[in-house]
Design a protein around this ligand. Structure first.
Ligand code: SAH
Ligand code: SF4
Length: 382
């Protein structure tokens, strides 16, 4: 197998400075070179060292011999009738030669554009209502692979500042992607270091510069890491609550047996920086006859007392073979009504991109969906 060059994407600024040593950049110049390259990668979206005109040709040549700025490969791009886009992305092969695939979704709305990114290939947590949790292959994404999802989306949307300046359809904010949510495949708090490095890069003011207030980390409740994530990453927090009793939550989210509801909520109370303007989002997937009763809604109100919170009600998105059904619309409305009357803004999330299986919890790489036999046949035909 050809030895792949080291990618500069996903390195933190100190790591990028250190990498300059490999290209024999004198110590005194490393800081300057690293910030030039940073701007080319994250402000301009450069994919080649040739473009870096403020760097001498010899050094550009050397950099390109040692390092790469390649994006992972886009296998497919699907565009839903509602404008939602889903990219199936093939990662560079790992040391075992396996090239896994992940999915990234862009959801345009009137007042915002949300990019939903993945933090792992698959997920180890096996929540019973989630398609990603049924995927057998699981590994953490590197910081490069997490950041690359944003780069790929910006490329596809032609969203780099110099492109937006020429685009008559560019929104007033100058961005198509105004928000990033870690709600794709995987449990981000099981990949803490890489998620921290990647979100630090995405928010950096000399590059993509997306405010941390516009990035949301969603967790199924990895209690020991919640407060630490608040302190070290400082993103907005979303908790996948989905039930109001441990009995039901145990059934839906096996991790609840380790970290029950009371512990999750305690960690939420200690999340740094909470106030009315910075609330925790509680996600609640509506499952027919399981967690959608009036008693559940009332219990939810009690549980959230004393936490600056908003609730996101998510109609369950079925997938082939899923063991649950979505609650009836009337039930969902009644549930939302009880929350609203208790003072919680609780929008019901409209399912987006259903026609391309891009909705919450449906993400699972296409190649993994194939049986071994189908996959071999496909590989032969390529
Ligand atoms: N692992 C993290 C983030 C990824 S899942 C977490 O669990 O929070 C993102 C969101 O999609 C979570 O709230 C998850 O509970 C929800 N979800 C998973 N499967 C779903 C489905 N089939 N229908 C609706 N929402 C689902
Ligand atoms: Fe993993 Fe989140 Fe899916 Fe649970 S809901 S299996 S934690 S991705």
């Amino acid at each position: 197998m050809p030895v792949s060059k080291q990618s500069l994407i996903g390195l933190t600024m100190p790591q990028l400075r250190d990498a300059m040593a490999l290209a024999d950049v004198p110590e005194k110049q490393r800081r300057m070179r690293a910030s030039q390259i940073w701007q080319w990668i994250y402000f301009r979206g450069s994919t080649s060292f040739d473009e870096m005109t403020n760097i001498a040709r010899d050094l550009r040549q050397k950099l390109s011999e040692i390092f790469s700025l390649d994006r992972p490969e886009i296998v497919t791009e699907q565009i839903s009738s509602d404008g939602t886009r889903k990219w199936l992305i093939r990662l560079r092969p790992d040391q075992h030669g396996r090239a896994e695939e992940i999915e990234t979704v862009y959801i345009p709305e009137a007042d915002r554009g949300t990019l939903c990114i993945s933090s792992q290939v698959g997920c180890t947590l096996a929540c019973t209502f989630c398609h990603t949790g049924t995927q057998k292959l699981v590994r953490n994404l590197t910081s490069e692979e997490i950041v690359s999802q944003v780069l790929i989306a910006r490329d596809a949307l032609k969203e780099w500042p110099h492109q937006m300046a020429m685009n008559p359809k560019a929104p007033a904010s100058g961005r198509f992607i105004t928000n990033v949510v870690l709600m794709g495949m995987g449990e981000p708090l099981y990949n803490f270091d890489n998620v921290k490095a990647a979100t630090g890069i995405i928010s950096d003011g000399n590059g993509i510069s997306l405010s941390k207030r516009r990035m949301t980390l969603s967790t199924s409740g990895v209690v020991p890491e919640i407060v630490r994530a608040g302190e070290e990453m400082g993103l907005m927090l979303a908790i996948s609550l989905h039930a109001t009793t441990d009995k039901v939550r145990d059934l839906l989210i096996p991790l609840n047996k380790k970290y029950p509801i009371s512990q999750v909520l305690d960690a939420c109370r200690n999340y740094p920086g909470l106030c009315n303007a910075k609330r925790i989002t509680f996600e609640y997937v509506m499952l027919k006859d399981l967690n959608d009763s009036v008693a559940d809604a009332k219990r939810l109100v009690q549980l959230l007392k004393s936490i600056p919170a908003k609730v996101n009600l998510i109609p369950f998105n079925p997938w082939p073979g899923s063991p649950y059904e979505c609650s009836d619309w009337g039930r969902i409305e009644k549930f939302a009504d009880i929350l609203n009357r208790a003072g919680y803004a609780s929008p019901v999330r409209t399912p987006r991109g259903r026609d391309i299986s891009a909705a919450c919890g449906q993400l699972k790489s296409d190649s993994e969906r194939l049986s071994g036999k189908q996959r071999r046949a496909l590989e032969k035909s390529l």
